[in-house]
Design a protein around this ligand. Structure first.
Ligand SMILES: CC(C)(COP(=O)(O)OP(=O)(O)OC[C@H]1O[C@@H](n2cnc3c(N)ncnc32)[C@H](O)[C@@H]1OP(=O)(O)O)[C@@H](O)C(=O)NCCC(=O)NCCS
Length: 179
């Protein structure tokens, strides 16, 4: 468990699959700027994928202190030739948005990743229209590197995404992670 002030991050378990399945199959929860707004996945496929998770993907549930599950945060590796880049993604359920929870979750997660992995950078991408996501990344020390044109096909159109990153030498000492 990674403890913050208002939330904790907990590794996703089998018991979270039904809720995770409901979240990712609900367009309002996935959000209109996500890469897969209308994608639908069966619980069976999700369960199989979850039981085969490689080291290149890890999912955490974001919980309030009373253990209410309010979202998720994950990392995965983006492979391009010999290079592997670590990217994060996140989601907060609609009723809990704009309360600072995602900013806190990303702050904790950046601490966690720089503390456990010998990486020089963490990156994130967001639809150029996703103001909330861009503000979360700004709040947590990420820098916008540029625009990846036509990166994702979503809702019938190709969408431009902004690429953001934080380098290890830009990361401040962990403030929320209690170690
Ligand atoms: C994007 C998302 C994760 C933001 O989560 P959140 O918990 O609401 O974020 P925070 O409360 O930490 O907000 C951070 C800042 O963004 C602002 N913000 C959040 N959503 C906003 C919105 N829709 N429009 C304008 N500003 C917004 C907050 O007011 C806050 O501003 P401040 O730093 O000036 O106080 C959430 O809207 C979400 O889950 N969206 C659907 C999934 C998604 O898009 N994930 C990201 C994929 S890249």
């Amino acid at each position: 468990m990674l403890e913050g002030t208002n939330i904790n991050l907990r590794v996703m378990e089998q018991e979270d699959i039904p809720l995770y399945h409901e979240w990712i199959n609900t367009p309002e929860i996935v959000g209109k700027y996500n890469a897969h707004t209308f994608r639908q996945i069966s619980k069976d496929l999700l369960t199989k994928a979850f039981s085969n998770l490689a080291d290149s993907l890890q999912i955490f549930i974001i919980e309030k202190k009373d253990k209410t599950r309010i979202g998720l945060i994950l990392f995965f590796l983006v492979k391009g030739g010999p290079v592997e880049l670590l990217e994060i993604g996140y989601l907060i359920i609609p009723s809990e948005r704009q309360k600072g929870f995602c900013t806190e979750a990303v702050t904790i997660f950046v601490d966690y990743l720089f503390l456990i992995k010998n990486i020089s950078r963490i990156q994130a991408t967001a639809d150029v229209r996703n103001i909330g996501s861009h503000k979360v990344l700004e709040n947590t020390g990420f820098t916008k590197e540029g625009i990846i044109r036509d990166m994702i096909f979503n809702q019938g159109n190709w969408r431009d995404f902004a690429l953001h990153s934080i380098l290890r030498n830009e990361w401040k000492e962990p403030v929320l992670l209690k170690i």
